[in-house]
Ligand binder design. Structure first.
Ligand code: CP
Length: 322
C-alpha cells in the first residue's frame, strides 16, 4: 500500500487485509507486548491543520508501538499562521526525514494533492479532509462491528448482511462517507437517517437507503446504530433545525435506546455532543462501543502504518493508491 486516501477506492481484499493485520496488532497489545521493533528507523509525521484528540493521539500511539519516531505538527502556533503553504510545510517536514505523513486538513482533497503532487516522496494517510473522507475511522468502525459479530473468529470475514444505520449530520460528515463506501464494499446494508436539510445533494449515488425518521429506522432492527456528531462549527443556522427539535426527532435518547433489538450496538466516532445527538444513557450503556472504537483505532492505525512502511517486507508489493 503506497497511500491510504479514501475507502471509496479500497477493494474488499485490501480492506480485509488491513482489518486482519489490525487483528494481529490487537493480539500483540493483549499479550502486553508494548512495543514491536517493526518500524525502527522510520519517521511518521502527524500533520494536523484541524483539531483532533482521538485520531492524532492514536496515530502517535500506533507509530510509537511500532518503534517509529513521531513528529507532531499542529497548524496552530506554526508558520502556517504566517501564510506558509501546504507545499512548503510538507517539504519542510520531508526534509526532516518523514517516511509517512498523516494529514488532517479542512480542505477536501488535500491528502490526495499531497500524495500526487510530487512535492514529497513519503506515504500519505488521510486523517480526515473537509467533508470528503476519514478512512481510518471507517476501518476502525468496521473492525469494531466485525469483532462484535465474530469475536476471536473475525479474520478473513466481511460484514455481509449486517444492517447498519447511520443517523445525523450526513451532509458535513466525512465519517459517514467513508463508512458508506467501506460498509458497502464489505457487504453490509446501510441506511442513512437525517433531517432533509442535512442530506447531501448527491446522496442518490451512494450505496445506501435514505430515511428521514429515526423511529422508522429503529423499527427495521439495525445491528449497529452509528450516531454522527452534529458539526455545529460547519453549520449554517439557515438549514439546521433548532437543537431542541433535532434532539427530539433525531437524537438517540433513552426511549429509542430501549427500542433497539437485544444485540444492537450503539456507535459514535466522537467527540460527542451529549444531550444533542446522543443521551448519556445511550453513550454510557453496555450497548455503546464508543471506547472500544477508540481502543480499536490504535490497532487499525498500527496496521495502516505497518502496511505503508513495512508492507513489502511482509510480502505486500502493491503500489496501489488505495
Ligand atoms: N473521530 C475523530 O476523528 O475524532 P477526533 O476529531 O478527536 O480525532
Amino acid at each position: 500500500m503506497r497511500h491510504l486516501l479514501d475507502t471509496k477506492t479500497l477493494t474488499r481484499d485490501e480492506a480485509l487485509s488491513i482489518l486482519d493485520v489490525a487483528e494481529d496488532m490487537a493480539d500483540t497489545q493483549q499479550r502486553e507486548v508494548k512495543k514491536l521493533p517493526t518500524l525502527r528507523g522510520k519517521t511518521v509525521v502527524n500533520l494536523f491543520f484541524e483539531d483532533s484528540t482521538r485520531t492524532r493521539i492514536s496515530f502517535e500511539a500506533a507509530a510509537k508501538r511500532l518503534s517509529a519516531d513521531v513528529i507532531n505538527f499542529s497548524a496552530k502556533g506554526s508558520s502556517v499562521s504566517k501564510g506558509e503553504s501546504l507545499q512548503d510545510t510538507a517539504q519542510t517536514l520531508q526534509a526532516m526525514g518523514a517516511d509517512a505523513v498523516v494529514i488532517r486538513h479542512g480542505a477536501s482533497g488535500a491528502p490526495r494533492t499531497l500524495a500526487t503532487s510530487g512535492w514529497i516522496t513519503a506515504g500519505v494517510v488521510n486523517a480526515g479532509d473537509g467533508t470528503h473522507e476519514h478512512p481510518t475511522q471507517a476501518l476502525l468502525d468496521a473492525f469494531t462491528m466485525r469483532k462484535r459479530r465474530f469475536g476471536a473468529d473475525s479474520r478473513g470475514r466481511d460484514l455481509s448482511g449486517l444492517r447498519v444505520t447511520i443517523v445525523g449530520d450526513v451532509l458535513h460528515s466525512r465519517v459517514a462517507r467513508s463508512n458508506v463506501w467501506l460498509l458497502d464494499t464489505l457487504g453490509a446494508e446501510v441506511t442513512l437517517v437525517a433531517p432533509p436539510t442535512l442530506v447531501p445533494q448527491d446522496v442518490s449515488a451512494w450505496p445506501a437507503r435514505i430515511l428521514y425518521d429515526l423511529d422508522d429506522a429503529i423499527a427495521h432492527d439495525p445491528d449497529a446504530l452509528m450516531v454522527l456528531r452534529i458539526q455545529l462549527e460547519r453549520m449554517n443556522a439557515a438549514y439546521f433545525p433548532t437543537e431542541r427539535e433535532y434532539s427530539r426527532r433525531w437524537g438517540l435518547d433513552a426511549g429509542r435506546l430501549a427500542a433497539l433489538g437485544p444485540d444492537s450496538i450503539v456507535m459514535h466516532p466522537g467527540p460527542m455532543n451529549r444531550g444533542l445527538e446522543i443521551s448519556s444513557e445511550a453513550a454510557d450503556s453496555p450497548r455503546s462501543t464508543v471506547l472500544d472504537q477508540v481502543a480499536n483505532g490504535v490497532s487499525v492505525r498500527m496496521a495502516v502504518l505497518y502496511l505503508l512502511l513495512a508492507g513489502e517486507r511482509a510480502g505486500e508489493e502493491s503500489e496501489d493508491e488505495s
